[in-house]
Design a protein around this ligand. Structure first.
Ligand SMILES: [Zn+2]
Length: 260
């Protein structure tokens, strides 16, 4: 580990002394992870790499002319940054898809993150870049995971100033209020002039989700999909969170149905 890409994590950690790597293995591992809920096991890399490949395939399908492609990935990715993992995420699948769209010739790509939790990894990866716009609608980080990023005043830095939009909402938000944030996010994506969209689709905004706090119902995901499809952008959808296991399928299918 002679090059240590810890810029963003050390920023999050503030006063901790992260430029001195400890000899202890667990402590070294901790330099690259921002929570205690994301274990590495024997199959982790294979699964994470396969998820990223799946997102790449979705981006490639969109580049080849498909109106929409869905990357059904596990693990999710939007909490993973360039130099750290966490939040059940190891490789940022949405960022991989967005970067592929850029590498293949699109000048302006937008990522819209509708997972209940702020896409802190995606934000940090593109925070100082103007070529990828990031918008996120999520639970207010004052009370909701991942806590340390996702505030409304985080608007990007340097060349990326203005290319980051956070729309935090209070616990208990229903679709009527949530959809107003969606309007604002999509308006910003349109104003930015995005040529393609990567949608970080978490369905943990569902009212019965066991770890989240919004109040969306299954039929709201139909309306969400219809509104996002109406933006008219080629769209690579990447699956993020969703923990009401028996309802995840129908909620995701409702979003997808609007595009079909
Ligand atoms: Zn989530």
């Amino acid at each position: 580990m002679d090059s240590v890409p810890l810029k963003h994590l050390s920023q999050i950690r503030g006063p901790l002394h992260t430029d001195q790597e400890p000899d202890n293995f667990s402590a070294r591992l901790g330099l690259y992870c921002f929570d205690s809920g994301t274990p590495l096991t024997a199959g982790t890399w294979h699964a994470a790499r396969s998820g990223a490949d799946c997102a790449l395939s979705a981006a490639a399908a969109v580049l080849a002319g498909d109106r929409v492609a869905f990357a059904l990935t596990r693990p999710p990715g939007h909490h993973a940054g360039a130099g750290y993992f966490g939040g059940y995420c190891f490789v940022n699948n949405a960022a991989v898809a967005a970067q592929h769209l850029r590498d293949q010739g699109l000048d302006r790509v937008a990522v819209l993150d509708v997972d209940y939790h702020h896409g802190n990894g995606t934000q940090s990866i593109f925070y100082d870049r103007a070529d990828v716009f990031f918008a996120s609608i999520h639970g207010d980080p004052r009370t909701e995971y991942p806590f340390y990023l996702g505030h409304a005043d985080e608007r990007g830095a340097g060349a990326g100033l203005g290319a980051n939009l956070n729309l935090p909402l209070a616990r208990g938000t229903d679709y009527a209020a949530w959809s107003q944030a969606l309007e604002e996010g999509l308006r910003a994506v349109t104003d930015y002039g995005a040529q393609a969209l990567v949608l970080s689709l978490g369905v943990d905004t569902f009212a019965q989700d066991p770890i989240s706090g919004f109040k969306l119902h299954s039929e709201d995901f139909l309306r969400m999909g219809e509104r996002i499809a109406k933006a008219g952008l080629p769209t690579a959808i990447v699956f993020e969170g969703g923990y009401a296991v028996e309802a995840v399928g129908v909620n995701v299918a409702n979003v997808l149905q609007a595009f079909a």
